[in-house]
Design a binder for this molecule. Structure first.
Ligand SMILES: Cc1cc2nc3c(=O)[nH]c(=O)nc-3n(C[C@H](O)[C@H](O)[C@H](O)COP(=O)(O)OP(=O)(O)OC[C@H]3O[C@@H](n4cnc5c(N)ncnc54)[C@H](O)[C@@H]3O)c2cc1C
Length: 377
C-alpha cells in the first residue's frame, strides 16, 4: 500500500494545521479545560463551515463524502493541537453509529444537522465496569406498548451536557450469547428521566454520568434491529479505537517537537543536552514509537476506507499505539527534564490526553486479547 497522502488529503492537512494553529492555541485548550461547555459556539461554527463535521457523511446527507482515511488526516491535526469539544462524540460516535444503523428518515433528519454544526449527538456505551465487551452492558430497556423504557446508569459519556440526542446501548434480552439482546436507542436528551452529571477528568475532557430513570423511547427510535445492536457497536468501537490512535499520533508528533526544541536549546555543562548520547537515544526511540504508530494507524484506516478485513490490524494498532505513545511521552518527559512537569509547559497536556486516549475503546490488553482471538487462541 501507498503510505503517502493524496493531493486532497495534503490540502486538508495543511488547511487544518493552519486553522488550528490560529484558533486552538494551548492557552485556549487550557481555558476550555476549565470551561463547563468545553468549546465555544464560534469555533464550532467555523469548523462546521470548513466542512469538517460532514467530512465522512455521504453527499445526500449534507456531507462531503470523504473517506475514513480523510478523517484520520483531520484527527491527527486535532490531536496535534489538543482540540477540545464534541467533534469526536458527535461526528465519530454519534454520526458513525447513525450511518451504520440509522434508517433513511433518521439519516436525513440528523446527519445534515450534524454536518451543519447544529445537532450534537453522543453515545452512552460504557457503564461502571468501564469495559467495551457486550457482557458489560447492563442498562435495561423493557417493552411497554409502543415504547421501550430504559433504566440504569451510563458512565464516561462524552459531551452529554451538549447533546441533543444520546444513543443508548441497552440490554433488551437476558441469557445466552451476550452479544445477542443488545439494542441501540436514539434518546432525546431532554426526555423525562434523563439526568446528566459532569464527571471530573484528568484529561480535561467532558465526560458525564447519564442516569436513565424510566426513560420512555418510542419503538421507532431503535437504530438497527431489536436485540442485534452489538454487531454495529463492535464496528463503531473498532473505528473509534483507530480514530483515537490518530489523535495520539498527532499528540506524539507535537511531543517530539517540544522535546527537540528543549534539547537543542537547553545547556548543561556548557553543551546542549541534545548532544548527550542518552538524550539522543531517547529521541531516537520517541521517533521510532511515533513513526511505527503513524504507519500502523494509516494502514488500519486505509483498510477501513477500502472495506477490507481489518479486525487484526485494528487490534494490533490500538494495542501498539496505546503502549508506544505512553512510552513516547514518558521519554519526552525524561529528556525535557524538570520543566516538562510544570503546568505551564505543554508537554503535560499531551501526556494527560494520551493516557485518556489509551483507555478509550479498549486499552492495550483488551486489544491484545482481541488479537489473540483473531489468531484462534
Ligand atoms: C517535581 C520536582 C521536584 C523537584 N524538586 C527539587 C528539589 O527539591 N531540589 C532541587 O535541587 N531540584 C529539584 N527538582 C529539579 C530536579 O532535580 C531536576 O529537574 C533534575 O535534576 C533534572 O534537571 P533539569 O530539569 O534541569 O534537566 P536537565 O539537566 O536539562 O536534563 C534534561 C535531560 O538531560 C539529561 N542529562 C543532563 N545531563 C546529562 C549528561 N551529562 N549526560 C547524559 N544526560 C544528561 C537528563 O538526565 C535529563 O534526561 C525537582 C524537579 C521536579 C520535576
Amino acid at each position: 500500500m501507498d503510505y503517502d497522502l493524496n493531493e486532497e488529503q495534503e490540502l486538508l492537512k495543511k488547511a487544518a494545521k493552519g486553522f488550528l494553529s490560529k484558533e486552538c492555541k494551548p492557552l485556549f485548550v487550557r481555558e476550555m479545560e476549565e470551561d463547563p461547555q468545553g468549546i465555544t459556539p464560534e469555533l464550532w461554527q467555523k469548523m462546521a463551515e470548513l466542512g469538517w463535521m460532514g467530512l465522512i457523511f455521504p453527499e445526500e446527507y449534507g456531507g462531503i463524502g470523504g473517506s475514513y482515511l480523510d478523517l484520520m488526516v483531520l484527527l491527527v491535526e486535532m490531536g496535534y493541537s489538543c482540540l477540545p469539544g464534541p467533534f469526536f462524540s458527535t461526528v465519530i460516535l454519534g454520526g458513525m453509529t447513525l450511518m451504520e444503523a440509522g434508517n433513511e428518515e433518521k439519516k436525513q433528519e440528523l446527519l445534515a444537522g450534524i454536518a451543519e454544526g447544529k445537532i450534537f449527538v453522543t453515545l452512552a456505551l460504557t457503564e461502571a465496569t468501564a469495559g467495551y465487551s457486550p457482557e458489560r452492558i447492563a442498562v435495561k430497556a423493557e417493552k411497554d406498548a409502543d415504547n421501550f423504557v430504559i433504566n440504569g446508569t451510563k458512565l464516561f459519556v462524552p459531551d452529554a451536557h451538549l447533546a441533543n440526542y444520546i444513543i443508548c446501548v441497552a440490554r433488551t434480552k437476558e441469557g445466552g450469547n451476550k452479544e445477542d439482546g443488545i439494542t441501540l436507542f436514539l434518546v432525546d436528551a431532554k426526555s423525562q428521566g434523563v439526568v446528566i452529571t459532569p464527571l471530573k477528568t484528568f484529561a480535561g475532557d467532558k465526560l458525564n454520568e447519564v442516569v436513565f430513570n424510566n426513560v420512555k423511547v418510542p419503538e421507532r427510535n431503535i437504530l438497527g434491529e431489536l436485540d442485534k445492536g452489538w454487531s454495529i457497536m463492535k464496528k463503531v468501537i473498532q473505528k473509534a479505537a483507530i480514530a483515537k490512535c490518530a489523535e495520539m499520533v498527532g499528540g506524539g508528533q507535537r511531543a517530539l517537537e517540544l522535546t527537540i526544541e528543549q534539547v537543542t536549546e537547553r545547556e548543561q555543562f556548557g553543551v546542549k543536552v541534545g548532544s548527550f548520547q542518552a538524550i539522543q537515544h531517547h529521541c531516537a526511540n520517541i521517533l521510532t514509537y511515533l513513526e511505527t504508530s503513524r504507519l500502523m494507524t494509516h494502514q488500519a484506516a486505509w483498510r477501513i476506507s477500502e472495506g477490507l478485513p481489518c479486525e487484526k490490524e485494528i487490534a494490533m494498532t490500538k494495542a501498539w499505539v496505546t503502549d508506544s505513545c505512553r512510552s513516547l511521552l514518558a521519554l519526552a518527559h525524561q529528556a525535557v527534564g524538570g520543566t516538562g512537569f510544570m503546568e505551564e509547559h505543554d508537554l503535560q497536556l499531551y501526556f494527560r490526553r494520551t493516557k485518556a486516549a489509551g483507555v478509550y475503546f479498549g486499552d492495550a490488553d483488551f486489544h491484545r486479547e482481541a488479537l489473540a482471538d483473531v489468531m484462534g487462541l
